[in-house]
Design a protein around this ligand. Structure first.
Ligand code: ZN
Ligand code: ZN
Length: 234
């Protein structure tokens, strides 16, 4: 019988072979560009997955708890296979560049947090990057030529940083955590105002009617570039 690679096999192989370059290429397809923090996410994810030694098929056998929503998190999603869509990505809005990856069967986990001196040391290694970063990312300015130069430099740094020893980049803790419950499956209901289908857990009873949160009005939780917040409807 011909056996072909399925699911995440090629990623699991790269994890075992410590093929950080290959994993970074995968991460680029999700993240859209290469940058030092997506590279850190790839390294943290690879280290955690090798340590836990538990292949992930996206059925919550491994969960990743991230503490920030930035480039780092996309490296984590690609390498660990814990995503927004398969319910294995948990977001704690702490604003720390950190992740805890844990395996279901015994709660064994590893937490990696970027060292406070990592960023200044990294920027000092690549003096051309600082002024360009300030101009293009922080102030959102810069000529097309500068933008081009920045993206090239940033990608080169992210590849180069794969070689930096992990201990110079992260503080690493081994721990045991209480695993979060499996995601629940809910019935579906129809909103009597807009007619759209909703998970029963998100339905609102109002004046004897079943409504979606949008039609019911009021505050709805939202995760956006600012972190977790609320959006006002109605
Ligand atoms: Zn990025
Ligand atoms: Zn509705």
């Amino acid at each position: 019988m011909h056996e072909h690679a399925h699911g995440r096999q090629h990623i699991e192989t790269m994890i075992r072979n410590q093929d950080l370059e290959g994993l970074l290429n995968q991460a680029e397809t999700l993240h859209g560009h290469l940058c030092p923090f997506v590279s850190l996410g790839v390294k943290a994810g690879q280290y955690a997955m090798v340590t836990l030694n538990r292949p992930n098929t996206g059925m919550e056998e491994v969960v990743a708890i991230v503490e920030c929503n930035n480039c780092f998190t996309d490296g984590i999603q690609v390498v660990t296979g814990c995503t927004f869509g398969n319910n294995a990505l948990i977001y704690r809005d702490l604003g720390k560049i950190a992740v805890t990856v844990a395996r279901r069967e015994d709660g064994q986990a590893v937490r990696l947090i970027v060292r406070p001196d990592y960023r200044p040391k990294m920027m000092a290694k690549y003096p051309a990057a600082g002024p360009l970063f300030q101009k293009i990312v922080v102030q959102r300015q810069g000529t097309p030529e500068e933008m081009h130069r920045f993206h090239h430099l940033w990608a080169a740094i992210s590849r180069r940083e794969l070689q930096t020893p992990l201990e110079e980049q992260f503080h690493i803790q081994h721990l045991t955590i209480t695993m979060p419950e499996y995601a629940r499956i809910f019935d579906s209901l129809l909103c009597s105002a807009c007619g759209e289908q909703i998970m029963a857990s998100r339905a609102v009873e109002q004046g004897g009617r079943t409504l979606c949160r949008g039609c019911a009005g009021g505050k709805v939780p939202v995760l956006n570039g600012q972190g977790i917040g609320q959006e006002i409807f109605g």
